[in-house]
Design a protein around this ligand. Structure first.
Ligand code: CUA
Length: 181
């Protein structure tokens, strides 16, 4: 039988299954099953997966918590906009506001320590994208997203918005510092 010509035997589907064809169907099916069960497996055991939680909040409530966090932990300010750089207590909570068109404040984390990173939007949908790591979280207004993160490499990371949020979306960038303890 050729794939171009019509089959000579019109009722070809009544032919018994070829051994090779059967083998490939079994291989493909088993591989599908492996990939299917790898999804829950990696969610629990994979080191690259974020386990994030989300809670309802309001812009006012989250802004208040973030302000308290900034008042307590600011170590310096940066850029001509005097954005506070905050060092949360190792193992503690860190707050980050997304709004048109900035991230506020900047965070300075310690390598090897685990933090609870709280994210919320004050207005529209934004996207938290940590570069060059492959971490992406949609930041919805009305929700407080909480990520449990442990930075493993010291350095300066970029935070960019990866959800189109208006005319200055492309300027919505910030930094995240990870320092040696
Ligand atoms: Cu915020 Cu794009």
């Amino acid at each position: 039988m050729s794939a171009i010509q019509p089959p000579t035997d019109r009722i070809w589907w009544k032919q018994p299954l070829d051994r090779v064809e059967g083998t490939w169907i079994v291989i493909a099916f088993v591989w599908c099953l492996i990939m299917f069960f790898m999804m829950p497996y990696w969610h629990v055991y994979g080191k690259q997966n974020l386990s994030n939680e989300a809670y309802r909040t309001t812009a006012e409530a989250f802004a208040k918590k973030t302000q308290e966090f900034v008042d307590k932990g600011t170590v310096r300010t940066e850029t001509d906009q005097k954005i506070p750089v905050v060092r949360p207590a190792p193992g503690g909570d860190a707050y980050l506001i997304a709004r048109l068109w900035a991230w506020w404040p900047m965070l300075e984390l310690e390598e090897g320590k685990t933090y609870r990173l709280h994210l919320a939007s004050m207005d529209f949908l934004h996207g938290f994208s940590l570069q060059p790591e492959n971490i992406n979280i949609q930041v919805h207004p009305g929700y407080e997203h909480v990520l449990t993160v442990t930075p493993t490499r010291a350095g300066t990371y970029s935070i960019i918005c990866n959800e189109y949020c208006g005319i200055n979306h492309h300027t919505m960038a910030s930094r995240l510092y990870v320092v040696k303890p």
